[in-house]
Design a protein around this ligand. Structure first.
Ligand code: NIG
Ligand code: FE
Length: 409
């Protein structure tokens, strides 16, 4: 089956067939290779060719999509989510409006522990059934590959339940999904005063089973005051490494926790959140391949300080934007909205924002050789926009749907 998309107003994030770009560094991020008035041919789900309309070969295609007035960009890669969760937490949203902080709610047994309570009683089948429409909604909003974490189980049984649901989503979905094992998300009440006991449970009981069933691609921990200290997080990262799991860790969300330095020390694939950082952390990232993943949706929803994206871009770092979709700090998986926040709040340009959610997002999931740009041979995961005047219009027209159609292969 060969499909032609013709008359594309702007085909964005094109990459030459012989290029091997695996991420876009800070100062290059304001450049976005584009082709105006273009065509693109998809053959069996793969980008076969593209070029200017005046060079369109006179051939027959099985199907033609006329994209007059519309743009085509690669789908977004959402490299940080907690999409699998048992229930929403709007009661905490109301508490925060009344002035109780996210940290205080967590201390009172809300937050992650609240989600864990709900996770304990839901069946695997039910959890799968409620997760499918969440994934479909993310895809409809332009996400073409996604990472999903465990971390609301906090017991061997419930963590495995979450990871098995993620595996079923991987098997049933037509987009790539990566799973991160995040048992080190919060200390369960029973281990409140016995941190080492819970760490031992993760390391000696959970991880071997997770590895045995091949349930995780990465290991994660919430490195934060009141959650997992640097030393505790290090135990988790080292244990994951023994099973070949690279780290993607939550770092520096609420405090300058030392998580960035720890992630870099262990060659983490990414350090995520990064609301609180300074020059030392930036310098540390500059010396590494660890990707900074910023989650503006969480800062927005918790009304906290935004991540210093400009500082990172000016330091020539490859900034990634992801959603952090979860029931507590960001109940939205809409990557268009994350891009709008990146522009309005993090002061990124629309081109920087597009780079941060396409090629750089792909790099944060090690998918940069199959997704993230319009390159011959890559998977045809594409967003066809509605009729819009420019690419800048995508983050500008915030909270509206600019997508006409999402093409997955
Ligand atoms: O990335 N920061 C830790 N974990 C999640 C949210 C957890 C929750 O509140 O459910 C996050 O924001
Ligand atoms: Fe998160």
């Amino acid at each position: 089956m060969r499909t032609l998309i013709s008359n594309i107003k702007i085909l964005a994030q094109t990459e030459a067939a012989d290029s091997n770009k695996d991420k876009v560094l800070g100062l290059e991020m304001d450049t976005l290779p584009c082709l105006n008035d273009a065509y693109l041919v998809i053959n069996k789900g793969i980008i076969e060719s593209y070029g200017p309309m005046n060079a369109l070969p006179a051939e027959q295609f099985d199907k033609t999509i006329d994209a007059t007035g519309r743009c085509v960009i690669p789908t977004y890669i959402d490299s940080h989510t907690h999409l699998v969760h048992a229930a929403s937490r709007e009661e905490e949203f109301v508490m925060r409006i009344q002035g109780i902080s996210y940290e205080e709610i967590a201390k009172r047994g809300g937050g992650i522990l609240n989600s864990a309570k709900k996770m304990a009683s839901i069946s695997e089948n039910e959890l799968y059934d409620i997760s499918v429409p969440k994934l479909e909604e993310a895809i409809a909003n332009g996400t073409g590959a996604i990472e999903i974490k465990s971390g609301y189980g906090l017991s061997t049984q419930a963590e495995l339940k979450m990871l098995r649901v993620i595996r079923r989503l991987k098997e049933s979905s037509n987009i790539p999904i990566k799973a991160s094992f995040l048992a080190a998300h919060a200390y369960p009440l029973a281990y409140k005063d016995n941190h080492q006991g819970y760490l031992d449970l993760i390391i000696n009981e959970m991880l071997p089973q997770v590895a045995d069933e091949g349930l995780a691609d990465y290991v994660d921990a919430f490195c934060e005051q009141g959650f997992f200290s640097v030393d505790e997080t290090e135990q988790i990262i080292e244990a994951g490494a023994k099973y070949g799991l690279k780290a993607k860790i939550h770092a520096n969300q609420l405090h300058n926790s030392g998580g960035i330095q720890l992630g870099v020390k262990h060659h983490a694939l990414s350090v995520d959140h990064l609301e609180s950082l300074g020059e030392a952390e930036v310098a540390c990232l500059q010396e590494s391949n660890t990707l900074p993943v910023l989650l503006p949706g969480a800062a927005f929803f918790l009304a906290m300080n935004y991540q210093p994206a400009r500082m990172l871009i000016d330091a020539n770092l490859p900034v990634v934007i992801a959603s952090d979709y979860n029931p507590g700090s960001c109940p939205s998986s809409n990557m268009n909205f994350m891009m709008s926040l990146a522009c309005t709040q993090l002061k990124m340009t629309p081109k920087e924002a597009i780079n941060s959610v396409t090629l750089n997002g792909a790099a944060a999931l090690e998918l940069q050789h199959e997704l993230g740009s319009i390159q011959v041979g890559k998977r045809a995961h594409l967003i066809l926009t509605k009729q819009i005047p420019s690419l800048e219009y995508i983050p500008y027209h915030y909270a509206h749907n600019i997508i006409e159609r999402v093409i997955i292969s």
